[in-house]
Design a protein. Sequence first.
Length: 280
Amino acid sequence: MKKLFLAAVLAAQVFSATAQTAEQKPYAEKMDKIEAEYKTLETSYGAIAKKDPATMTDADKKQVQDIIARANELDSALLATALEIAEKFKATTFPAKYVSMIANSLEYDQLKALLDPSTGYYNEADLKGAKELLKALELRVPGKMFTDLSMPNLEGKTVKLSDWCGKGNYVLVDFWASWCGPCRAEMPNVVEAYKKYHAKGFEVIGVSFDQKKEAWAAAVKKLGMEWAQMSDLKGWQSAGASAYGIRAIPANVLLDPQGKIVAVDLREQALQDKLAEIYK
């Protein structure tokens, strides 16, 4: 649902006001229209979300499906329009706020290309967050060797990623926390992948951003996470966050048998498809 809440994220940002040429104005108006419709969808979704799930009618469920479908359409339109703006007006400052809007939806290579120092918008203040994101992504870009981490496991024993990584098997380093709803929602998918491919050598190492050991341990048991775990119990100050540039969870990095990053943030069907390709 992160696409649906893009409007709220945008509303919280402060963008620099820039003068628009006659050629740029239609693009700005189109982006404003998309954002306005996002906000309308957010309001509608918020009203339904307040309802007790047990009392939701078929009409409510249909409305949620329609909202999500329309949000996805708007997301695609916003992304395509922002990319068009960045290309068409790259010699000007005009694209800056639009590149900032879509930064979190881009792959590393896409974002790096847009943050080209030769563009006319590169030095705009609006791009501070996008530049910070690029630096974070560079810490786990595919092709880079894994960064080792050393933390206690649930038994209190200090373990390292290098106990498993670079030892001849594919390893998924999974960043999560017991308090993270999306992490818990994704975990059955990881459990399925582990059960399906562990016998073939696939490993998962959980790096928890918890602060309370009891909550961490309870979630591991309840969610059926049978793989190795580690945590320094420092929440967002975890060494894992700084070492891998993790700004949101769930997040993961998939390492090849030599310990090189081959993919990041594989979730839902993307994780299953990647592992099926590896273990075909």
